[in-house]
Design a protein around this ligand. Structure first.
Ligand SMILES: Cc1cc2nc3c(=O)[nH]c(=O)nc-3n(C[C@H](O)[C@H](O)[C@H](O)COP(=O)(O)O)c2cc1C
Length: 183
């Protein structure tokens, strides 16, 4: 087996494909921005905490700093065009991005920014901490509420595939593989 260096231009692509979500933040239903984010991960089971790497240039980053609240919305693969749109235009240029994308904004349960009605799963978060990390900051949020569309079992990827971001405008669908490890 021969190894080939790929350089640092797109080094992080070795960690893709990754699930992509929409992060929505702001002080209200009409004062918010949202963005696609695939650099997201759970970091604690109990208490429930997640972290998302957000570039400081994002309008959504400003909204997170301002409001200390954000929602994570998970859409199905049928919405990749909308996801791509929300990840390509800025709330600085397009007001009310969710409506502009053709998706539906509705009130969250505990936080002020909206959520996306078409989501199959939602996590409402309160900002705990922002950790500076290179050209992105790690936004760490405590999950206050988590809910899914009735009938959705997290992990039931054949019925509800969630999109994975490969890179650029390319996405993938997950497929299940049963491991045969000798546990
Ligand atoms: C699939 C996809 C995933 C993305 N993941 C991230 C991410 O994890 N962190 C980030 O800062 N930007 C990410 N982006 C870029 C932002 O979504 C994009 O810059 C967005 O337009 C910012 O909008 P805003 O200025 O309204 O916040 C991603 C874009 C796409 C299309």
């Amino acid at each position: 087996m021969k190894w080939v260096s790929i350089g640092f231009n797109r080094w992080y692509r070795i960690l893709h494909p990754r699930p992509v979500v929409i992060v929505v933040s702001g002080r209200g239903m009409d004062d918010y921005s949202c963005m696609a984010a695939s650099w997201i991960t759970p970091v604690s089971r109990n208490p429930p905490i997640l972290a998302v790497a957000v570039a400081r240039s994002r309008y959504t980053y400003e909204k997170i700093v301002e409001s200390s609240e954000f929602n994570v919305c998970i859409l199905g693969v049928e919405y990749v065009d909308k996801i791509d749109y929300l990840g390509s235009v800025s709330g600085r240029d397009v007001a009310d991005k969710i409506t502009a994308s053709g998706l539906t904004k509705v009130r969250a349960r505990r936080t002020r920014p909206p959520i996306i009605a078409e989501s199959i799963a939602v996590a409402e978060c309160r900002l705990r901490e922002i950790v500076s990390a290179g050209d992105h900051d790690l936004v760490i949020g405590e999950v206050l509420e988590v809910y899914v569309k009735e009938g959705y079992r997290p992990g039931s990827i054949s019925e509800y595939p969630i999109p994975l971001h490969v890179g650029g405008d390319l996405y993938a669908k997950p497929c299940s593989i049963q491991s045969n490890s000798l546990k």
